[in-house]
Design a protein around this ligand. Structure first.
Ligand code: TXA
Ligand code: MG
Length: 349
């Protein structure tokens, strides 16, 4: 791996893209300060230029540091990206970084507008994958890294998935094994603290409750008027499009308790894939000509880890329609429910 890391650093320095493992999903990394390199990310993904990218930074904290020292280290690391590093941002960095949390902060003057999508804010995250951290350390600067998939498609959680997304391109891929978390980082907007508080724009492994608890423990949880929380759609978040993470096969989420809503004409004489929990009630697919089953893991962590690989497998079964059992209504399933809902809306095209 050391030789490969040196090569990857050279690629980044020369303004090329490198696919990197993170604990959430694989990212398509480019030097965050090189406008030509950043533009290559948009071109490779087919991503509209207005969609901002997340800046990934090296972990500046050493195990030997005291809490005050590590707070100072985060402050120093963030100051080149954000003009106003709030105590809330520092508290969340202390609590969750390196890890699957992206913070939206008021941007510093020198941040490329290609990175921010022309907005006054910047997304920053410190990833917790050893390979990503080793690369950032050797590179000595930050990278932008959107998920390493074509725009709107399923995010990659293995290096093979990245290859599937970019078969013809000569993009270097660092293999760091299967991603542990499996779905993208939680995005929390801290750029409008006075009026909106901390707002979760994209749910992920770190829940709103965990964020509020960390802020509360730091004495920084201030309630803002609920009426002000209406304006949540303003920032451009590509993962917030209603169609995203989508398989090419039509994917239907069904409620096991409302099977009468399943339209038999959708699968009559068709090939069907059926993804369900072990304990699930059966569904009546007797009119289908072929049914392939996939049993889903029972816990949110396990399902998140395998979700995108499962969606890819389902898409490759060459069926006409996928029935996917709806998830339990509970906060711990929210982030996966979010991804599945968008996958369903964007599917079949
Ligand atoms: O887990 C992750 O966050 C992965 C890994 C590779 O780190 N990255 C990722 O990047 O999911 P991407 O580009 O696929 O999604 C980033 C999301 C986009 O929806 C983008 O709009 C949003 O972050 N974002 C970035 N900067 C923003 C900003 N300044 N304001 C609002 N949203 C922003
Ligand atoms: Mg993405």
């Amino acid at each position: 791996m050391p030789d490969l890391l040196d090569l990857a650093v050279k690629q980044l320095r020369d303004g090329h893209l490198v696919a990197i493992p993170t604990e959430t999903v694989y990212g398509l990394a480019a030097d965050a300060n090189n406008v030509v390199a950043v533009n290559k990310v948009f071109a490779a993904k087919g991503r509209p230029s207005g969609h901002p990218l997340i800046v990934h930074i090296v972990n500046p904290v050493l195990p030997s540091m005291t809490s005050a020292e590590s707070q100072h280290a985060w402050q120093q690391a963030l100051i080149s990206w954000s003009r106003d590093v709030s105590p809330q941002a520092l508290a969340l960095a202390q609590a969750f970084w390196p890890g699957p949390l992206t913070m939206i902060l008021p941007k510093a003057k020198n941040v490329l507008s290609e990175v921010t999508g022309g907005q006054e804010t910047v997304g920053v995250r410190c990833p917790n994958h050893p390979v990503a951290q080793q690369l950032l350390n050797l590179f000595g600067a930050a990278v932008v890294a959107p998920s390493a998939n074509r725009f709107g498609r399923i995010s990659p959680t293995t290096s093979e998935h990245v290859k599937e997304e970019f078969p013809d391109e000569s993009i270097m891929i660092l293999d760091g094994g299967a991603c542990d978390v499996g779905i993208e980082s939680t995005i929390v907007d801290l750029s409008r603290l006075d009026t909106h508080g901390a707002v979760v724009l994209r749910p992920g492994a770190i829940s709103k409750a965990m964020i509020d608890k960390a802020l509360d423990q730091a004495g920084l949880l201030n309630d803002v008027a609920l009426s002000l929380k209406a304006d949540l759609t303003k920032p451009r978040v590509s993962g917030s499009l209603s169609a995203h993470y989508a398989p090419r096969t039509k994917l239907v989420l069904y409620d096991p308790d409302q099977q009468d809503l399943i339209n038999v004409n959708d699968h009559k004489d068709k090939r069907v894939a059926w993804a369900h929990f072990q304990k699930s009630k059966g569904i009546n697919l007797s009119l289908a000509c072929d049914v392939q089953e996939i049993v889903l893991p029972d816990t949110p962590n396990q399902l998140a880890r395998s979700l995108y690989a499962t969606l890819r497998t389902l898409d490759q079964l060459n069926v006409d329609i996928i029935y996917f059992e709806k998830l339990p209504i509970h906060e711990e399933w929210d982030a996966i429910r979010d991804r599945l809902g968008r996958a369903s809306v964007g599917s079949g095209v």
